[in-house]
Design a binder for this molecule. Structure first.
Ligand SMILES: Cc1ncc(COP(=O)(O)O)c(C=O)c1O
Length: 471
């Protein structure tokens, strides 16, 4: 590692070579090896979008009076996005740096609005256990109490428990369209009625799904209404760095009215440095991302998005059909789009996940229930979905062939884990941290097994330490 800035700058050639070399050890995402984290529109669009980014790379989108070009683009992106979610009404919004910032601001707005208009000083928000952790993160920062309602046995949001949890401190209820873990839609229509009946705000987290769902509707898929067409929806977040294929750092947060949006703004009219005002969490805001997002929407266009949507769904179908037909695997829940979760009644699903990781696939792991999680996108339509099911099949065959051997090895692992558990938390932590440094094929399933018996504070400390190890 070079720990000092070189005295004399290195040549472009040298640095690009170094970057290319370091990328050789990265996952091969361009051939669709990542199920999540990367959303790539393909060479056809990518180069032009990156040119748009660099064109505005040095401009600052913080001050609306500074670059009218960027202001126009931001307003167009917001209105073009809004047109997918509310044909009838004008809504208000801004570009943010991603789903987490949009969610943070929706919580901030609800908190400030409820203090101003309802004098609620100890705010609570009701959300399902399937809602994205960005909400808990926001509530932690903003001192709002989360009321987490576990999903029902069939993985649906527990509407009855939502109703029962409402009290005088409730400011906001949350629904996902769809929820990340199972890709299932929450009943936004029922939540909307509940919000109206109880004079509450309702945020729809359409971060991952909103853009794709609105295009699926245009492809005649049956998609329940989840947007401002429902009178109780007060805000909605949709990430454009996911299925709108903008570069990373792009989301839109929309509100039903301007009074709600104003609550996310930060203004300090008396600051010594001058009158300060910002629309979102960021101060300096990259002009490049506004430009690249605007360019992506307008360059890919509706026809392009419909094509990318169809590619996404055809790749999803290949994987979904394979799992559905398999006697060893089961789809979890009832996914509405391209998020798939599955488990196995026969094998340890985390063992399957580890084997797939060893074959170079980046996949998610679900807890409660234990499962594998895939985010399928257009990148998987050019052969990756087929390759994935070939690899999945070969993992299943080897699981069957080596069932006894695996059982013995899993039993040995269990004995080792039980022994380690007896040594106490500090020893467990040291062992895991040492292992996370080794180059050996990792068995992530053991971490999940070990974690199951840790106290909350211990897991919390362990995963903070693991994160810290990387930087
Ligand atoms: C439903 C949902 N909400 C919010 C987020 C957070 O988005 P980001 O990672 O862009 O902050 C995600 C990310 O996958 C998501 O799936």
């Amino acid at each position: 590692m070079n720990n000092k800035i070189p005295k004399t700058g290195l040549s472009q050639e040298e640095l690009f070579n170094e970057m290319d070399n370091s990328m050789l050890s990265d996952i091969d995402w361009k051939s669709g090896k990542t199920f999540g984290a990367v959303y790539y529109p393909g060479e056809k669009y990518s180069k032009a979008i990156s040119n748009a980014y660099t064109k505005f790379m040095h401009e600052n989108a913080f001050d609306p009076q500074l670059f009218s070009s960027i202001l126009t683009m931001e307003n167009e992106v917001v209105q073009q996005t809004a047109s997918l979610f509310c044909s009838r009404k004008k809504v208000f919004g801004n570009i943010t740096s991603g789903g987490t910032e949009s969610i943070f601001l929706s919580v901030l707005s609800a908190r400030n609005w409820s203090l101003k208009h309802k004098n609620i000083k100890k705010p609570e928000i009701i959300l399902s256990s399937s809602a994205h952790p960005a909400f808990l993160k926001a509530m932690n920062f903003l001192n709002v109490k989360p009321i987490i309602i576990p999903t029902k046995k069939d993985f649906h949001l527990d509407f009855g428990a939502f109703e029962k949890s409402i009290n005088n401190n409730t400011i906001l209820i949350i629904g996902s369209a769809p929820a990340y873990p199972t890709g299932m839609m929450d009943p936004i229509d029922k939540l909307s009625k509940l919000a109206l009946e109880n004079n509450l705000l309702l945020h729809v987290d359409a971060c991952i799904g909103g853009f794709l769902l609105s295009h699926l509707k245009k492809c005649n898929y049956e998609i329940p209404v989840f947007d401002f067409g429902l009178d109780g929806v007060s805000s909605l977040s949709v990430d454009l760095h996911k299925y709108a294929y903008a570069p990373k750092g792009s989301s839109v947060l929309l509100y039903r009215n301007d009074e709600l949006r104003k609550q996310q703004f930060s203004v300090y009219p008396n600051w010594e440095g001058g009158i300060y005002g910002s629309t979102s969490f960021l101060g300096t805001k990259p002009g490049g991302i506004v430009a690249a997002t605007w360019f992506a929407l307008n360059h890919i266009g509706e026809d392009g998005y419909l094509e990318l949507t169809q590619k996404t769904m055809s790749a999803t179908k290949i994987i979904y059909d394979f799992i559905k037909k398999s006697e060893e695997l089961n789809i979890i829940g009832n996914p509405i789009m391209s998020l798939l979760a599955f488990t196995s009644k026969i094998y340890n699903i985390y063992h399957i996940a580890d084997e797939l990781s060893h074959l170079g696939w980046y996949i998610g792991r679900l807890q409660n229930p234990r499962g594998i999680h895939l985010v399928v996108s257009q990148i998987h339509a050019d052969g990756a979905a087929e390759k994935f099911i070939v690899d999945l099949q070969s993992v299943l065959i080897s699981m069957k062939r080596f069932k006894i051997k695996n059982q013995i090895s899993n039993a040995a692992d269990s004995v080792a884990i039980s022994a380690l558990k007896k040594t106490g938390y500090n020893r467990i932590k040291k062992t895991i941290l040492d292992k996370s440094n080794s180059n050996k094929k990792s068995k992530k399933r053991l971490i999940y097994d070990l974690k199951s018996d840790l106290k909350f504070e211990e897991s919390d400390d362990l995963f903070r330490s693991i994160l810290s190890r990387y930087y």
